[in-house]
Write a new protein. Structure first.
Length: 143
C-alpha cells in the first residue's frame, strides 16, 4: 500500500513538471519586424512595431533621434514547434525531460536585448539606423 502511494506520488510530481518548458516556450517575447527600420519608412510605423522609444530628442544638428530598446523574440511558428517538441519529450520520458528542457528554455529560449538609434529626416522618415546593442547578432547591420 505504502509503495503504491510513493509510486503514484512520484508520477504525479513528474507530470506536474511537464508544462514548465512548454509554457516558457510559448510565453517568450514576440518577434519584431525590423523591416520597419528601412530608410524612408515613417516614424509612426517604427513606433507601432518597436514600441515607444526610451529616448527621443533632437541632436546638435536639429535632427530628431529615437533610441529604442526591446527584446527580439522568436517567430510564432518557432515558439509553437519548440512547445510541441518539449511536450513530446515530456510525455515520452514521463516528465523527466523537464529537468533539462526547463532550465535550457529559461536561459537560452528567451529573446535577445536589442538597442537601436534611429535618425529621421525633416518629414519624420527613417534616415539612418545604428545598432547599439544586439545580444544575438553582434556587429550585424539592420537594413
Amino acid at each position: 500500500m505504502f509503495s503504491r502511494f510513493i509510486k503514484i506520488s512520484i508520477l504525479m510530481a513528474l507530470f506536474s513538471l511537464t508544462a514548465c518548458s512548454v509554457n516558457k516556450a510559448t510565453d517568450g517575447p514576440s518577434h519584431k519586424d525590423l523591416d520597419v527600420l528601412a530608410v524612408g519608412n515613417d516614424r509612426y510605423a517604427v513606433i507601432a512595431e518597436l514600441g515607444e522609444p526610451v529616448l527621443s530628442e533632437k541632436n546638435d544638428e536639429g535632427v530628431l533621434v529615437d533610441v529604442f530598446s526591446f527584446e527580439q523574440g522568436n517567430h510564432a511558428l518557432f515558439k509553437g514547434l519548440k512547445a510541441v517538441g518539449y511536450g513530446y519529450l515530456a510525455i515520452g520520458t514521463l516528465g523527466l525531460s523537464e529537468l533539462v528542457t526547463n532550465p535550457v528554455e529559461g536561459t537560452l529560449g528567451q529573446g535577445s536585448r536589442v538597442q537601436v538609434t534611429v535618425k529621421y529626416s525633416d518629414d519624420n522618415k527613417v534616415a539612418d539606423v545604428a545598432v547599439l546593442k544586439d545580444d544575438r547578432l553582434v556587429g550585424q547591420k539592420i537594413k
